[in-house]
Design a binder for this molecule. Structure first.
Ligand SMILES: Nc1ncnc2c1ncn2[C@@H]1O[C@H](COP(=O)(O)OP(=O)(O)OP(=O)(O)O)[C@@H](O)[C@H]1O
Length: 606
Protein backbone atom coordinates (compact mmCIF):
# COMPACT_ATOMS: atom_id res chain seq x y z
CA UNK A 1 0.00 0.00 0.00
CA UNK A 2 2.79 2.41 0.91
CA UNK A 3 4.42 1.75 -2.44
CA UNK A 4 1.27 3.18 -4.05
CA UNK A 5 1.65 6.39 -2.02
CA UNK A 6 5.29 6.53 -3.05
CA UNK A 7 4.31 6.07 -6.69
CA UNK A 8 1.70 8.83 -6.45
CA UNK A 9 4.28 11.24 -5.09
CA UNK A 10 6.80 10.16 -7.70
CA UNK A 11 4.28 11.13 -10.40
CA UNK A 12 4.55 14.73 -9.20
CA UNK A 13 7.50 16.97 -9.96
CA UNK A 14 9.51 18.40 -7.07
CA UNK A 15 7.70 21.72 -7.41
CA UNK A 16 4.33 19.95 -7.39
CA UNK A 17 5.25 18.05 -4.22
CA UNK A 18 6.03 21.37 -2.53
CA UNK A 19 2.65 22.72 -3.69
CA UNK A 20 0.99 19.60 -2.29
CA UNK A 21 2.68 20.21 1.07
CA UNK A 22 1.32 23.77 1.14
CA UNK A 23 -2.10 22.55 0.19
CA UNK A 24 -2.18 19.97 2.98
CA UNK A 25 -0.96 22.53 5.50
CA UNK A 26 -3.60 25.03 4.45
CA UNK A 27 -6.26 22.31 4.66
CA UNK A 28 -5.15 21.60 8.23
CA UNK A 29 -5.29 25.33 8.99
CA UNK A 30 -8.82 25.43 7.61
CA UNK A 31 -9.89 22.59 9.90
CA UNK A 32 -8.50 24.44 12.91
CA UNK A 33 -10.00 27.79 11.87
CA UNK A 34 -13.29 26.01 11.27
CA UNK A 35 -13.30 24.68 14.83
CA UNK A 36 -12.36 28.15 16.10
CA UNK A 37 -15.21 29.68 14.09
CA UNK A 38 -17.73 27.28 15.54
CA UNK A 39 -16.26 27.59 19.05
CA UNK A 40 -16.31 31.41 18.94
CA UNK A 41 -20.10 31.41 19.04
CA UNK A 42 -20.11 29.68 22.46
CA UNK A 43 -19.07 32.66 24.65
CA UNK A 44 -21.57 34.84 22.77
CA UNK A 45 -24.37 32.36 23.44
CA UNK A 46 -23.24 32.04 27.05
CA UNK A 47 -23.57 35.83 27.59
CA UNK A 48 -26.93 35.92 25.78
CA UNK A 49 -28.21 33.10 28.02
CA UNK A 50 -26.80 34.48 31.26
CA UNK A 51 -25.20 38.00 31.29
CA UNK A 52 -23.85 37.33 34.83
CA UNK A 53 -21.28 35.00 33.31
CA UNK A 54 -19.23 38.11 32.46
CA UNK A 55 -18.46 38.52 36.15
CA UNK A 56 -17.76 34.86 36.84
CA UNK A 57 -15.67 34.05 33.78
CA UNK A 58 -12.17 35.56 33.85
CA UNK A 59 -11.62 35.62 30.11
CA UNK A 60 -14.97 37.30 29.44
CA UNK A 61 -14.27 39.82 32.18
CA UNK A 62 -10.91 40.68 30.65
CA UNK A 63 -12.52 41.05 27.24
CA UNK A 64 -15.25 43.22 28.73
CA UNK A 65 -12.60 45.56 30.14
CA UNK A 66 -10.52 45.62 26.95
CA UNK A 67 -13.56 46.48 24.80
CA UNK A 68 -14.45 49.34 27.15
CA UNK A 69 -18.12 48.35 26.97
CA UNK A 70 -20.48 50.46 29.08
CA UNK A 71 -23.35 48.02 29.35
CA UNK A 72 -23.93 44.32 28.87
CA UNK A 73 -25.83 45.10 25.69
CA UNK A 74 -22.83 47.07 24.35
CA UNK A 75 -20.62 44.12 25.19
CA UNK A 76 -23.02 41.72 23.46
CA UNK A 77 -22.97 43.92 20.37
CA UNK A 78 -19.16 43.95 20.32
CA UNK A 79 -19.00 40.20 21.03
CA UNK A 80 -21.52 39.52 18.24
CA UNK A 81 -19.47 41.68 15.88
CA UNK A 82 -16.30 39.76 16.82
CA UNK A 83 -17.99 36.41 16.25
CA UNK A 84 -19.23 37.65 12.91
CA UNK A 85 -15.70 38.77 11.93
CA UNK A 86 -14.29 35.38 12.98
CA UNK A 87 -16.92 33.58 10.92
CA UNK A 88 -16.29 35.83 7.90
CA UNK A 89 -12.56 35.25 8.29
CA UNK A 90 -12.99 31.50 8.66
CA UNK A 91 -15.15 31.32 5.52
CA UNK A 92 -12.85 33.60 3.55
CA UNK A 93 -9.92 31.31 4.38
CA UNK A 94 -12.04 28.27 3.47
CA UNK A 95 -12.88 29.83 0.09
CA UNK A 96 -9.25 30.67 -0.55
CA UNK A 97 -8.08 27.16 0.32
CA UNK A 98 -10.85 25.64 -1.78
CA UNK A 99 -9.68 27.77 -4.69
CA UNK A 100 -6.10 26.67 -4.07
CA UNK A 101 -7.19 23.04 -3.83
CA UNK A 102 -9.20 23.19 -7.09
CA UNK A 103 -6.40 25.00 -8.88
CA UNK A 104 -3.89 22.44 -7.63
CA UNK A 105 -5.98 19.48 -8.83
CA UNK A 106 -6.96 21.00 -12.18
CA UNK A 107 -3.48 22.22 -12.95
CA UNK A 108 -2.12 18.76 -12.15
CA UNK A 109 -4.64 17.47 -14.69
CA UNK A 110 -3.16 19.97 -17.10
CA UNK A 111 0.48 19.27 -16.28
CA UNK A 112 0.28 15.48 -15.99
CA UNK A 113 -1.74 15.04 -19.20
CA UNK A 114 0.74 17.34 -20.92
CA UNK A 115 3.67 15.35 -19.56
CA UNK A 116 2.03 12.11 -20.59
CA UNK A 117 1.43 13.30 -24.15
CA UNK A 118 5.02 14.54 -24.24
CA UNK A 119 6.29 11.19 -22.98
CA UNK A 120 4.32 9.37 -25.70
CA UNK A 121 5.53 11.78 -28.37
CA UNK A 122 9.13 11.28 -27.31
CA UNK A 123 8.96 7.51 -27.71
CA UNK A 124 10.80 5.89 -30.60
CA UNK A 125 8.72 4.85 -33.60
CA UNK A 126 8.85 1.17 -32.52
CA UNK A 127 6.84 2.12 -29.39
CA UNK A 128 3.75 2.91 -31.49
CA UNK A 129 3.95 -0.43 -33.27
CA UNK A 130 2.95 -2.23 -30.08
CA UNK A 131 0.44 0.32 -28.86
CA UNK A 132 -3.21 0.86 -29.49
CA UNK A 133 -4.01 4.52 -30.23
CA UNK A 134 -7.30 4.24 -28.35
CA UNK A 135 -5.47 3.21 -25.17
CA UNK A 136 -2.99 6.05 -25.42
CA UNK A 137 -5.87 8.52 -25.92
CA UNK A 138 -7.76 6.99 -23.00
CA UNK A 139 -4.72 7.31 -20.72
CA UNK A 140 -4.27 10.98 -21.57
CA UNK A 141 -7.93 11.97 -21.50
CA UNK A 142 -9.53 9.71 -18.90
CA UNK A 143 -6.99 8.10 -16.62
CA UNK A 144 -5.17 11.35 -15.82
CA UNK A 145 -8.50 12.87 -14.83
CA UNK A 146 -9.23 9.87 -12.62
CA UNK A 147 -5.77 10.16 -11.12
CA UNK A 148 -6.30 13.81 -10.22
CA UNK A 149 -9.86 13.55 -8.92
CA UNK A 150 -9.83 10.04 -7.46
CA UNK A 151 -6.22 9.66 -6.33
CA UNK A 152 -4.60 13.03 -5.80
CA UNK A 153 -7.65 14.69 -4.24
CA UNK A 154 -8.22 11.78 -1.79
CA UNK A 155 -4.52 11.87 -0.93
CA UNK A 156 -4.79 15.52 0.15
CA UNK A 157 -7.85 14.58 2.19
CA UNK A 158 -6.06 11.70 3.88
CA UNK A 159 -3.08 13.87 4.78
CA UNK A 160 -5.13 16.77 6.11
CA UNK A 161 -7.61 14.59 8.01
CA UNK A 162 -4.85 12.62 9.68
CA UNK A 163 -3.90 15.90 11.35
CA UNK A 164 -7.48 16.63 12.31
CA UNK A 165 -7.73 13.17 13.88
CA UNK A 166 -4.45 13.77 15.64
CA UNK A 167 -5.70 17.07 17.13
CA UNK A 168 -8.99 15.57 18.29
CA UNK A 169 -7.23 12.56 19.84
CA UNK A 170 -4.70 14.86 21.53
CA UNK A 171 -7.60 16.90 22.95
CA UNK A 172 -9.26 13.72 24.19
CA UNK A 173 -6.03 12.49 25.79
CA UNK A 174 -5.79 15.83 27.55
CA UNK A 175 -9.34 15.56 28.85
CA UNK A 176 -9.51 11.86 29.61
CA UNK A 177 -6.70 9.52 28.46
CA UNK A 178 -8.65 6.31 29.14
CA UNK A 179 -11.63 7.53 27.17
CA UNK A 180 -9.27 8.62 24.39
CA UNK A 181 -7.81 5.13 24.12
CA UNK A 182 -11.27 3.52 24.14
CA UNK A 183 -12.69 5.84 21.49
CA UNK A 184 -9.63 5.78 19.26
CA UNK A 185 -9.21 2.02 19.33
CA UNK A 186 -12.95 1.37 18.90
CA UNK A 187 -13.46 3.75 15.99
CA UNK A 188 -10.00 3.43 14.41
CA UNK A 189 -9.95 -0.35 14.88
CA UNK A 190 -13.38 -0.72 13.30
CA UNK A 191 -12.36 1.31 10.25
CA UNK A 192 -9.11 -0.64 9.92
CA UNK A 193 -10.97 -3.94 10.20
CA UNK A 194 -13.45 -2.91 7.50
CA UNK A 195 -10.62 -1.71 5.30
CA UNK A 196 -8.65 -4.95 5.56
CA UNK A 197 -11.83 -6.89 4.93
CA UNK A 198 -12.43 -5.13 1.64
CA UNK A 199 -8.99 -4.04 0.42
CA UNK A 200 -8.29 -6.94 -1.94
CA UNK A 201 -11.84 -6.80 -3.30
CA UNK A 202 -11.38 -3.08 -3.96
CA UNK A 203 -8.11 -3.65 -5.80
CA UNK A 204 -9.75 -6.39 -7.87
CA UNK A 205 -12.72 -4.16 -8.69
CA UNK A 206 -10.32 -1.36 -9.68
CA UNK A 207 -8.20 -3.63 -11.90
CA UNK A 208 -11.34 -4.92 -13.58
CA UNK A 209 -12.56 -1.37 -14.17
CA UNK A 210 -9.22 -0.44 -15.69
CA UNK A 211 -9.20 -3.48 -18.01
CA UNK A 212 -12.83 -2.92 -19.01
CA UNK A 213 -12.07 0.72 -19.76
CA UNK A 214 -9.24 -0.36 -22.08
CA UNK A 215 -11.66 -2.56 -24.04
CA UNK A 216 -14.42 0.07 -24.02
CA UNK A 217 -12.06 2.73 -25.42
CA UNK A 218 -10.74 0.34 -28.07
CA UNK A 219 -14.24 -0.64 -29.19
CA UNK A 220 -15.41 2.96 -29.53
CA UNK A 221 -12.39 3.87 -31.65
CA UNK A 222 -12.57 0.72 -33.76
CA UNK A 223 -16.28 0.91 -34.41
CA UNK A 224 -16.00 4.33 -36.04
CA UNK A 225 -12.73 3.43 -37.79
CA UNK A 226 -14.37 0.44 -39.47
CA UNK A 227 -17.87 1.86 -39.82
CA UNK A 228 -18.04 1.32 -43.59
CA UNK A 229 -17.15 -2.39 -43.37
CA UNK A 230 -19.41 -2.88 -40.35
CA UNK A 231 -22.37 -1.32 -42.15
CA UNK A 232 -21.83 -3.49 -45.22
CA UNK A 233 -21.34 -6.64 -43.14
CA UNK A 234 -24.08 -5.66 -40.68
CA UNK A 235 -21.77 -6.36 -37.73
CA UNK A 236 -22.43 -3.29 -35.57
CA UNK A 237 -24.15 -5.46 -32.98
CA UNK A 238 -21.01 -7.42 -31.98
CA UNK A 239 -19.14 -4.20 -31.21
CA UNK A 240 -22.15 -2.76 -29.43
CA UNK A 241 -22.38 -5.83 -27.16
CA UNK A 242 -18.70 -5.68 -26.23
CA UNK A 243 -19.10 -1.98 -25.45
CA UNK A 244 -22.22 -2.58 -23.34
CA UNK A 245 -20.68 -5.43 -21.32
CA UNK A 246 -17.60 -3.41 -20.47
CA UNK A 247 -19.43 -0.14 -19.82
CA UNK A 248 -21.68 -2.10 -17.44
CA UNK A 249 -18.68 -3.59 -15.63
CA UNK A 250 -17.06 -0.17 -15.24
CA UNK A 251 -20.15 1.44 -13.71
CA UNK A 252 -21.00 -1.61 -11.61
CA UNK A 253 -17.49 -1.75 -10.14
CA UNK A 254 -17.47 1.98 -9.50
CA UNK A 255 -20.83 1.79 -7.75
CA UNK A 256 -19.63 -1.15 -5.60
CA UNK A 257 -16.45 0.67 -4.64
CA UNK A 258 -18.50 3.76 -3.76
CA UNK A 259 -20.77 1.65 -1.63
CA UNK A 260 -17.81 0.08 0.19
CA UNK A 261 -16.32 3.50 0.85
CA UNK A 262 -19.59 4.83 2.34
CA UNK A 263 -20.73 1.72 4.14
CA UNK A 264 -18.78 2.22 7.40
CA UNK A 265 -20.28 5.65 8.01
CA UNK A 266 -23.67 4.01 8.64
CA UNK A 267 -22.20 1.10 10.60
CA UNK A 268 -20.09 3.45 12.72
CA UNK A 269 -23.03 5.76 13.37
CA UNK A 270 -25.02 2.80 14.63
CA UNK A 271 -22.05 1.67 16.75
CA UNK A 272 -21.36 5.08 18.27
CA UNK A 273 -24.89 6.10 19.04
CA UNK A 274 -25.85 2.56 20.00
CA UNK A 275 -22.95 2.70 22.47
CA UNK A 276 -24.21 5.99 23.91
CA UNK A 277 -27.73 4.60 24.27
CA UNK A 278 -26.45 1.48 26.04
CA UNK A 279 -24.36 3.53 28.47
CA UNK A 280 -27.23 5.96 29.19
CA UNK A 281 -29.73 3.12 29.63
CA UNK A 282 -27.28 1.17 31.78
CA UNK A 283 -26.78 4.05 34.20
CA UNK A 284 -30.42 5.06 34.13
CA UNK A 285 -31.98 1.64 34.55
CA UNK A 286 -29.33 -0.39 36.39
CA UNK A 287 -27.54 2.28 38.42
CA UNK A 288 -30.78 4.32 38.74
CA UNK A 289 -28.94 7.60 38.06
CA UNK A 290 -26.83 9.23 35.38
CA UNK A 291 -24.97 11.18 38.05
CA UNK A 292 -21.38 12.07 37.15
CA UNK A 293 -21.36 10.02 33.97
CA UNK A 294 -23.35 12.65 32.02
CA UNK A 295 -20.32 14.88 31.18
CA UNK A 296 -18.34 11.79 30.11
CA UNK A 297 -21.16 10.69 27.84
CA UNK A 298 -21.41 14.20 26.40
CA UNK A 299 -17.67 14.18 25.74
CA UNK A 300 -17.89 10.75 24.19
CA UNK A 301 -20.72 11.91 21.92
CA UNK A 302 -18.91 15.12 21.01
CA UNK A 303 -15.64 13.29 20.18
CA UNK A 304 -17.48 10.72 18.15
CA UNK A 305 -19.28 13.51 16.34
CA UNK A 306 -15.98 15.26 15.44
CA UNK A 307 -13.85 12.15 14.99
CA UNK A 308 -16.22 10.11 12.86
CA UNK A 309 -16.40 12.41 9.82
CA UNK A 310 -12.61 12.71 9.86
CA UNK A 311 -12.13 8.94 10.04
CA UNK A 312 -14.86 8.37 7.49
CA UNK A 313 -13.17 10.88 5.17
CA UNK A 314 -9.87 9.04 5.53
CA UNK A 315 -11.56 5.70 4.95
CA UNK A 316 -13.36 6.89 1.78
CA UNK A 317 -10.17 8.40 0.44
CA UNK A 318 -8.13 5.26 1.19
CA UNK A 319 -10.71 3.02 -0.51
CA UNK A 320 -10.81 5.33 -3.53
CA UNK A 321 -7.04 5.12 -3.72
CA UNK A 322 -7.09 1.36 -3.40
CA UNK A 323 -9.68 1.15 -6.17
CA UNK A 324 -7.48 3.24 -8.46
CA UNK A 325 -4.13 1.53 -7.91
CA UNK A 326 -4.20 0.34 -11.55
CA UNK A 327 -4.42 3.97 -12.72
CA UNK A 328 -1.40 4.89 -10.60
CA UNK A 329 0.61 1.92 -11.90
CA UNK A 330 -0.24 2.63 -15.52
CA UNK A 331 0.65 6.32 -15.23
CA UNK A 332 3.85 5.56 -13.41
CA UNK A 333 4.89 3.15 -16.15
CA UNK A 334 4.19 5.73 -18.85
CA UNK A 335 5.79 8.63 -17.03
CA UNK A 336 8.86 6.96 -15.59
CA UNK A 337 11.91 8.92 -16.60
CA UNK A 338 9.92 11.92 -17.87
CA UNK A 339 10.88 14.77 -15.57
CA UNK A 340 8.88 17.56 -17.21
CA UNK A 341 8.15 19.08 -20.57
CA UNK A 342 11.17 21.26 -21.36
CA UNK A 343 10.42 24.96 -21.59
CA UNK A 344 12.51 25.25 -24.73
CA UNK A 345 11.07 22.63 -27.04
CA UNK A 346 11.70 24.12 -30.44
CA UNK A 347 11.88 21.69 -33.32
CA UNK A 348 12.35 24.33 -36.00
CA UNK A 349 15.83 25.10 -34.73
CA UNK A 350 17.15 21.67 -35.69
CA UNK A 351 19.79 22.16 -38.35
CA UNK A 352 19.71 19.75 -41.27
CA UNK A 353 22.44 17.12 -41.44
CA UNK A 354 24.70 18.01 -44.39
CA UNK A 355 23.83 15.88 -47.40
CA UNK A 356 25.96 16.53 -50.44
CA UNK A 357 27.08 13.12 -51.68
CA UNK A 358 25.34 9.91 -50.76
CA UNK A 359 23.12 7.87 -48.48
CA UNK A 360 24.61 4.49 -47.67
CA UNK A 361 23.34 1.38 -45.94
CA UNK A 362 26.00 -1.28 -45.34
CA UNK A 363 25.24 -4.86 -44.30
CA UNK A 364 22.11 -3.79 -42.46
CA UNK A 365 20.03 -6.21 -40.38
CA UNK A 366 16.72 -5.35 -38.77
CA UNK A 367 14.13 -7.41 -36.86
CA UNK A 368 10.87 -6.11 -35.38
CA UNK A 369 10.75 -6.41 -31.58
CA UNK A 370 7.96 -8.99 -31.73
CA UNK A 371 9.45 -10.99 -34.63
CA UNK A 372 11.76 -13.98 -34.53
CA UNK A 373 13.61 -13.41 -37.78
CA UNK A 374 15.11 -10.26 -39.27
CA UNK A 375 12.98 -8.56 -41.92
CA UNK A 376 16.03 -6.88 -43.44
CA UNK A 377 19.02 -9.14 -43.86
CA UNK A 378 22.50 -8.08 -44.76
CA UNK A 379 21.23 -5.35 -47.05
CA UNK A 380 23.62 -2.86 -48.63
CA UNK A 381 22.50 0.06 -50.72
CA UNK A 382 23.98 3.32 -51.96
CA UNK A 383 21.88 6.27 -53.14
CA UNK A 384 23.74 9.13 -54.75
CA UNK A 385 22.53 12.67 -54.16
CA UNK A 386 19.81 13.72 -56.63
CA UNK A 387 19.44 10.16 -57.86
CA UNK A 388 15.97 8.79 -58.33
CA UNK A 389 15.64 5.23 -57.09
CA UNK A 390 12.77 2.77 -57.08
CA UNK A 391 12.08 -0.07 -54.65
CA UNK A 392 9.96 -2.95 -55.80
CA UNK A 393 9.35 -6.52 -54.77
CA UNK A 394 6.62 -8.85 -53.63
CA UNK A 395 4.36 -7.93 -50.73
CA UNK A 396 6.02 -8.45 -47.36
CA UNK A 397 9.49 -8.26 -48.93
CA UNK A 398 10.60 -5.51 -46.55
CA UNK A 399 10.34 -2.39 -48.75
CA UNK A 400 8.47 -0.24 -46.20
CA UNK A 401 10.80 -1.43 -43.45
CA UNK A 402 13.78 -0.39 -45.56
CA UNK A 403 12.20 3.02 -46.13
CA UNK A 404 11.54 3.36 -42.37
CA UNK A 405 15.24 2.71 -41.79
CA UNK A 406 16.14 5.40 -44.34
CA UNK A 407 13.62 7.76 -42.70
CA UNK A 408 15.42 7.24 -39.39
CA UNK A 409 12.23 5.85 -37.80
CA UNK A 410 13.90 2.49 -37.22
CA UNK A 411 17.54 1.88 -36.39
CA UNK A 412 19.58 -1.00 -37.85
CA UNK A 413 20.42 -3.74 -35.41
CA UNK A 414 23.60 -4.52 -37.26
CA UNK A 415 25.37 -2.71 -40.04
CA UNK A 416 25.52 1.01 -40.66
CA UNK A 417 23.41 3.77 -42.13
CA UNK A 418 25.41 6.84 -43.10
CA UNK A 419 24.80 10.12 -44.87
CA UNK A 420 27.95 11.55 -46.48
CA UNK A 421 29.84 9.14 -44.23
CA UNK A 422 28.18 10.43 -41.02
CA UNK A 423 26.35 7.64 -39.15
CA UNK A 424 22.69 8.45 -38.56
CA UNK A 425 22.12 7.76 -34.86
CA UNK A 426 19.28 8.45 -32.41
CA UNK A 427 21.29 11.57 -31.48
CA UNK A 428 21.27 13.17 -34.95
CA UNK A 429 18.31 11.52 -36.63
CA UNK A 430 16.19 14.68 -36.23
CA UNK A 431 18.87 16.54 -38.19
CA UNK A 432 18.73 13.91 -40.93
CA UNK A 433 14.93 14.01 -41.00
CA UNK A 434 15.06 17.75 -41.71
CA UNK A 435 16.20 16.71 -45.19
CA UNK A 436 13.21 14.49 -45.90
CA UNK A 437 9.72 14.88 -47.29
CA UNK A 438 7.67 11.71 -46.87
CA UNK A 439 4.46 10.59 -48.57
CA UNK A 440 2.88 7.51 -46.94
CA UNK A 441 0.48 4.96 -48.43
CA UNK A 442 -2.45 6.49 -46.63
CA UNK A 443 -2.38 10.24 -46.07
CA UNK A 444 -3.73 11.56 -42.78
CA UNK A 445 -5.92 14.65 -43.06
CA UNK A 446 -6.33 16.97 -40.15
CA UNK A 447 -9.73 18.61 -39.66
CA UNK A 448 -8.41 21.97 -40.84
CA UNK A 449 -7.90 24.14 -43.90
CA UNK A 450 -6.17 22.76 -46.96
CA UNK A 451 -3.27 25.18 -46.42
CA UNK A 452 -2.89 23.99 -42.81
CA UNK A 453 -2.95 20.41 -44.05
CA UNK A 454 -0.21 21.03 -46.59
CA UNK A 455 1.89 22.88 -44.00
CA UNK A 456 1.02 20.27 -41.34
CA UNK A 457 2.29 21.20 -37.88
CA UNK A 458 3.11 24.81 -38.82
CA UNK A 459 1.16 27.36 -36.77
CA UNK A 460 -1.47 29.26 -38.77
CA UNK A 461 0.37 32.59 -38.65
CA UNK A 462 3.63 30.97 -39.81
CA UNK A 463 2.19 29.26 -42.89
CA UNK A 464 4.08 30.27 -46.01
CA UNK A 465 1.25 30.49 -48.58
CA UNK A 466 3.69 30.83 -51.46
CA UNK A 467 5.35 27.54 -50.49
CA UNK A 468 1.89 25.98 -50.10
CA UNK A 469 0.98 27.02 -53.64
CA UNK A 470 4.29 25.90 -55.17
CA UNK A 471 3.96 22.49 -53.47
CA UNK A 472 0.33 22.18 -54.59
CA UNK A 473 1.29 23.00 -58.17
CA UNK A 474 3.99 20.31 -58.21
CA UNK A 475 1.52 17.82 -56.74
CA UNK A 476 -0.95 18.67 -59.52
CA UNK A 477 -3.43 19.98 -56.95
CA UNK A 478 -3.51 23.70 -57.61
CA UNK A 479 -6.09 23.68 -60.43
CA UNK A 480 -8.44 21.59 -58.32
CA UNK A 481 -8.08 24.04 -55.42
CA UNK A 482 -8.78 27.07 -57.60
CA UNK A 483 -11.67 25.66 -59.58
CA UNK A 484 -13.44 23.37 -57.12
CA UNK A 485 -12.81 24.40 -53.55
CA UNK A 486 -15.16 27.19 -52.40
CA UNK A 487 -12.58 28.94 -50.27
CA UNK A 488 -9.47 27.85 -52.11
CA UNK A 489 -6.61 27.00 -49.76
CA UNK A 490 -8.72 28.10 -46.77
CA UNK A 491 -11.37 25.44 -47.41
CA UNK A 492 -11.72 23.12 -44.45
CA UNK A 493 -11.15 19.49 -45.38
CA UNK A 494 -11.13 16.27 -43.35
CA UNK A 495 -13.63 15.01 -40.79
CA UNK A 496 -16.00 17.99 -40.61
CA UNK A 497 -15.06 19.63 -43.89
CA UNK A 498 -15.11 18.69 -47.53
CA UNK A 499 -14.53 14.98 -48.13
CA UNK A 500 -11.85 14.29 -50.69
CA UNK A 501 -11.27 11.37 -53.00
CA UNK A 502 -8.38 8.96 -52.39
CA UNK A 503 -6.42 10.54 -55.24
CA UNK A 504 -6.95 14.06 -53.88
CA UNK A 505 -5.77 12.95 -50.45
CA UNK A 506 -2.60 11.48 -51.96
CA UNK A 507 -1.89 14.70 -53.81
CA UNK A 508 -2.24 16.65 -50.56
CA UNK A 509 0.26 14.19 -49.09
CA UNK A 510 2.70 14.91 -51.89
CA UNK A 511 2.23 18.68 -51.54
CA UNK A 512 2.79 18.30 -47.78
CA UNK A 513 6.05 16.44 -48.37
CA UNK A 514 7.23 19.15 -50.75
CA UNK A 515 6.15 22.15 -48.62
CA UNK A 516 9.55 22.54 -46.94
CA UNK A 517 11.32 21.91 -50.25
CA UNK A 518 13.37 19.02 -48.82
CA UNK A 519 16.34 17.64 -50.79
CA UNK A 520 15.05 14.07 -50.28
CA UNK A 521 11.57 12.89 -51.23
CA UNK A 522 10.43 9.45 -50.03
CA UNK A 523 7.21 8.00 -51.41
CA UNK A 524 5.78 4.75 -50.07
CA UNK A 525 3.11 3.68 -52.56
CA UNK A 526 2.20 7.35 -52.74
CA UNK A 527 0.52 7.24 -56.14
CA UNK A 528 -1.09 3.82 -55.83
CA UNK A 529 -4.55 5.28 -55.21
CA UNK A 530 -4.44 7.57 -58.22
CA UNK A 531 -6.02 6.72 -61.54
CA UNK A 532 -3.69 6.24 -64.49
CA UNK A 533 -4.08 9.78 -65.85
CA UNK A 534 -3.72 11.53 -62.48
CA UNK A 535 -0.79 9.31 -61.55
CA UNK A 536 0.89 10.16 -64.83
CA UNK A 537 0.39 13.87 -64.11
CA UNK A 538 1.90 13.51 -60.63
CA UNK A 539 4.77 11.40 -61.93
CA UNK A 540 5.35 14.07 -64.54
CA UNK A 541 5.54 16.65 -61.74
CA UNK A 542 7.94 14.45 -59.78
CA UNK A 543 9.88 13.84 -62.98
CA UNK A 544 10.44 17.59 -63.09
CA UNK A 545 12.17 17.31 -59.73
CA UNK A 546 14.49 14.60 -61.04
CA UNK A 547 18.11 15.62 -60.87
CA UNK A 548 17.24 18.33 -58.32
CA UNK A 549 16.10 16.05 -55.50
CA UNK A 550 16.92 12.59 -54.27
CA UNK A 551 13.77 10.59 -54.84
CA UNK A 552 13.06 7.20 -53.26
CA UNK A 553 9.87 5.55 -54.50
CA UNK A 554 8.23 2.30 -53.48
CA UNK A 555 5.69 1.17 -56.04
CA UNK A 556 3.81 -1.91 -56.99
CA UNK A 557 2.80 -0.42 -60.32
CA UNK A 558 5.94 -0.78 -62.31
CA UNK A 559 5.22 2.13 -64.64
CA UNK A 560 5.58 4.39 -61.61
CA UNK A 561 9.25 3.43 -61.49
CA UNK A 562 9.88 3.76 -65.20
CA UNK A 563 11.90 6.96 -64.87
CA UNK A 564 14.02 5.88 -61.89
CA UNK A 565 17.79 5.92 -62.38
CA UNK A 566 18.03 2.59 -60.54
CA UNK A 567 15.37 0.14 -59.41
CA UNK A 568 16.22 -2.22 -56.56
CA UNK A 569 14.30 -5.46 -56.45
CA UNK A 570 13.79 -6.56 -52.83
CA UNK A 571 12.87 -10.05 -51.76
CA UNK A 572 12.89 -11.52 -48.26
CA UNK A 573 14.72 -8.49 -46.89
CA UNK A 574 17.54 -8.55 -49.41
CA UNK A 575 18.30 -6.74 -52.64
CA UNK A 576 18.13 -9.50 -55.19
CA UNK A 577 18.50 -7.42 -58.33
CA UNK A 578 19.05 -3.87 -59.46
CA UNK A 579 19.19 -1.92 -62.68
CA UNK A 580 17.22 0.45 -64.84
CA UNK A 581 13.66 -0.31 -65.85
CA UNK A 582 14.80 -1.48 -69.26
CA UNK A 583 17.62 -3.64 -67.84
CA UNK A 584 15.31 -5.37 -65.36
CA UNK A 585 12.60 -5.82 -67.94
CA UNK A 586 15.03 -7.90 -69.91
CA UNK A 587 16.57 -10.05 -67.19
CA UNK A 588 14.76 -10.04 -63.83
CA UNK A 589 12.49 -13.00 -63.05
CA UNK A 590 10.71 -11.25 -60.15
CA UNK A 591 10.32 -8.13 -62.23
CA UNK A 592 8.79 -10.14 -65.02
CA UNK A 593 6.47 -11.98 -62.63
CA UNK A 594 5.31 -8.69 -61.16
CA UNK A 595 4.93 -7.14 -64.57
CA UNK A 596 2.71 -10.05 -65.59
CA UNK A 597 0.35 -9.48 -62.66
CA UNK A 598 0.39 -5.75 -63.33
CA UNK A 599 -1.58 -5.92 -66.53
CA UNK A 600 -2.29 -2.23 -66.67
CA UNK A 601 1.29 -1.42 -65.77
CA UNK A 602 2.51 -3.77 -68.43
CA UNK A 603 0.22 -2.21 -71.03
CA UNK A 604 1.47 1.23 -70.04
CA UNK A 605 5.05 0.06 -70.14
CA UNK A 606 4.90 -1.49 -73.59
N1 LIG B 1 5.33 -3.67 -36.72
C1 LIG B 1 5.67 -4.88 -37.18
N2 LIG B 1 5.92 -5.86 -36.30
C2 LIG B 1 6.28 -7.10 -36.74
N3 LIG B 1 6.42 -7.41 -38.02
C3 LIG B 1 6.19 -6.47 -38.95
C4 LIG B 1 5.80 -5.15 -38.58
N4 LIG B 1 5.65 -4.42 -39.70
C5 LIG B 1 5.92 -5.26 -40.73
N5 LIG B 1 6.25 -6.47 -40.28
C6 LIG B 1 6.61 -7.63 -41.11
O1 LIG B 1 7.79 -7.31 -41.81
C7 LIG B 1 7.73 -7.85 -43.11
C8 LIG B 1 8.02 -6.77 -44.13
O2 LIG B 1 6.98 -5.83 -44.06
P1 LIG B 1 7.01 -4.52 -44.98
O3 LIG B 1 5.80 -3.72 -44.65
O4 LIG B 1 8.33 -3.87 -44.85
O5 LIG B 1 6.89 -5.18 -46.41
P2 LIG B 1 6.57 -4.49 -47.80
O6 LIG B 1 7.53 -5.05 -48.75
O7 LIG B 1 6.57 -3.01 -47.65
O8 LIG B 1 5.11 -5.02 -48.04
P3 LIG B 1 3.92 -4.34 -48.89
O9 LIG B 1 4.38 -4.25 -50.29
O10 LIG B 1 2.81 -5.30 -48.71
O11 LIG B 1 3.65 -3.01 -48.28
C9 LIG B 1 6.37 -8.50 -43.26
O12 LIG B 1 6.51 -9.90 -43.12
C10 LIG B 1 5.56 -7.94 -42.14
O13 LIG B 1 4.66 -8.89 -41.64
Amino acid sequence: MFSTYYKILSLLTKHERVLLCWLVMSMIAVSLIDVAGVASIMPFMAVVGNPDVINTNNSLLKLYKITNAKTTNDFLLILGGLVFVVIIFSNAVKTLVLKYQLLFIHFRLYSISRRLLYSYLMQPYTFYMNQNDAILCKNILQEVSLFCHHVLMPLTQILSRIFVVFFIVAFLVFIDPVLAVIITTTLGGSYLAIYFLFQSRLAKLGDERFAANVIRSKVVTEVFGAIKELKVLNRERAFFDVFSANAYKIENNMATSNLISNLPSYIMECLTFGGILIIVLYFLLVKQSLGNTLPVIALYAFSGYRLMPALQGIFSAVTLLRFNVAVVNSLQESLSGVADVPNEWKTSEVIALPFERKIQLSSVFFAYPSAEFPVIQNLSLTIEKNQSIGLMGPTGAGKSTLVDLILGLLSPEKGSFTVDGTPVTPGNKLMWQRNIGFVPQSVFLSDDSLAANIALGVTREDIDYRAVEIAAKIANLHDFVITELPEGYETVIGERGIRLSGGQRQRIGIARALYHDPPVLVMDEATSALDGITEEAVIQAIRNLAGRKTIITIAHRLTTLKDCDVIFVIDKGRIVESGTYEELRGGSAIFKAMAKSDVQGLKDAL
